[in-house]
Design a protein around this ligand. Structure first.
Ligand code: C5P
Length: 245
């Protein structure tokens, strides 16, 4: 199924659908990895590990190299603090920025307002339920609904708060696509090509399955960053995405 998302410039271009998670402790190994990747990918995700080590300057470096950056800092704090964090983190030029939907409607409304006031507004993505969480882990924090019910509840809350992008697992992406419609930007981590290790993830799917179920973009980390040949691993995933479009 081709997903018509307004946020994607060319939905038929597999490079628009793959985000590589740069989960490295500092800029040096990340730069080495990018050399190994050889320009195969257009989108990179910078998460807490790398951002807390290098800050906005490394995001700016990636932008100067021509990459689109998904800055995955998963804000979760009081509304005023999250609004300020969005202003500070946006100065480096990230295109996508995350916050936890569990922070609530007022927090998400403050975040959406803060982003809308910026000259180069990042698109906000609400993280619903982490792909490393299953029913047992949700029960441990007092949520006895299924992951799918909790994802839907949080996604509807985020949408009503003015946020048009969500992070969910491949298990819920079809439900969110049918509920929110074609304009929602649905970003799916927990992607595991056949034969790769699942690691700490719980709710996983192959690249082709996630795209067919309605994902706008896939986030892939270790199946590429830990591969013996990262460029070949990325090319194989791009080919799998292309086969599903
Ligand atoms: O290595 P792997 O492919 O599991 O990496 C997945 C990436 O997606 C990690 O950077 C992780 O922080 C991120 N992520 C996730 N689940 C979410 C949101 C983000 O795994 N719900």
């Amino acid at each position: 199924m081709l997903t018509d998302t307004q946020a994607i410039l060319d939905p038929s271009d597999p490079k628009e659908r793959l985000i590589v998670a740069l989960d490295f402790p500092s800029a040096a190994p990340a730069r080495t990895f990018l050399t190994q990747l050889g320009g195969t990918c257009r989108w990179l995700k910078v998460g807490m590990e790398l951002y807390y080590a290098e800050g906005n300057s490394f995001v700016q470096e990636l932008r100067t190299l021509g990459y689109e950056v998904f800055l995955d800092l998963k804000f979760h704090d009081i509304p005023n603090t999250v609004a300020g964090a969005i202003r500070s983190a946006s100065t480096a030029g990230a295109t996508l920025l995350t916050l936890h939907a569990a922070g609530g409607a007022v927090m998400m409304e403050a975040a959406a307002h803060a982003a809308s006031q910026l000259s180069a507004s990042p698109r906000l993505l609400a993280v619903t339920v982490l792909t490393s969480m299953d029913s047992a882990q949700l029960a441990g924090i007092g949520i006895t609904d299924t992951p799918a019910d909790q994802v839907l509840r949080l996604a509807k809350l985020a949408w009503a708060s003015g946020i048009r992008g969500m992070v969910c697992s491949a298990e819920e992406v079809a439900l969110l696509r049918s509920t929110l419609g074609p304009s929602a930007e649905l970003v799916v981590p927990g992607i595991r090509p056949a034969g790769t290790a699942i690691g700490d993830q719980k709710r996983v799917a192959s690249p082709a399955d996630a795209i067919r179920r309605g994902a706008s973009r896939l986030v892939v980390g270790r199946p590429i960053t830990h591969a013996a040949a990262p460029q070949a691993a990325a090319e194989a995933i791009l080919a799998e995405i292309a086969s599903a479009l």
